[in-house]
Write a protein that binds this ligand. Structure first.
Ligand SMILES: Nc1ncnc2c1ncn2[C@@H]1O[C@H](COP(=O)(O)OP(=O)(O)O)[C@@H](O)[C@H]1O
Ligand SMILES: [Mg+2]
Length: 119
């Protein structure tokens, strides 16, 4: 797990959303992928928090990504959308799956308050 920057401030509600998405992506990798490696990156920059979870398993199919019964995936999407974000899921047959969740961090105003332009 890589976190950039190591000290980042995310409000508790968004943290919960990101944690739940992370949990689902990890559970899926463990249950469905047959992976030997799972890597995750959490990055905060330009007012956006980005979580990426990559496995080296069989690779999710397009059909599985968009299946109406894929409630775990729908749940990840809904959580991200609630915060104005989105989840992208890409599988490559035989080589793995990448789940990318992107959420506005909502920290911008605070950053501007700390570092006012021209001040
Ligand atoms: N990392 C993954 N690698 C391969 N297949 C996956 C992965 N994640 C999800 N899938 C496939 O997509 C389906 C839908 O996932 P999800 O919506 O989380 O439902 P569930 O985990 O309850 O089966 C899974 O049943 C599985 O077939
Ligand atoms: Mg699932």
């Amino acid at each position: 797990m890589v976190v950039v920057p190591e000290e980042m401030t995310i409000d508790p509600d968004r943290s919960t959303a990101i944690f739940r998405i992370f949990q689902e992506a990890l559970t899926n990798a463990a249950r469905h992928a047959g992976a030997t490696i799972v890597e995750a990156t959490l990055e905060s920059r330009n007012g956006t928090v980005c979580l990426e979870v990559r496995d080296n398993g069989r690779g999710i199919t397009k059909e599985e990504v968009s299946r109406p019964m894929s409630l775990g995936i729908l749940g990840m999407r809904e959580r991200a959308r609630w915060w104005g974000g989105e989840v992208r899921i890409e599988g490559t047959p035989g080589s793995g799956t990448v789940v990318t969740a992107t959420l506005p961090s909502g920290n911008e105003e605070r950053l501007h308050a700390q570092y006012p332009p021209g001040g």
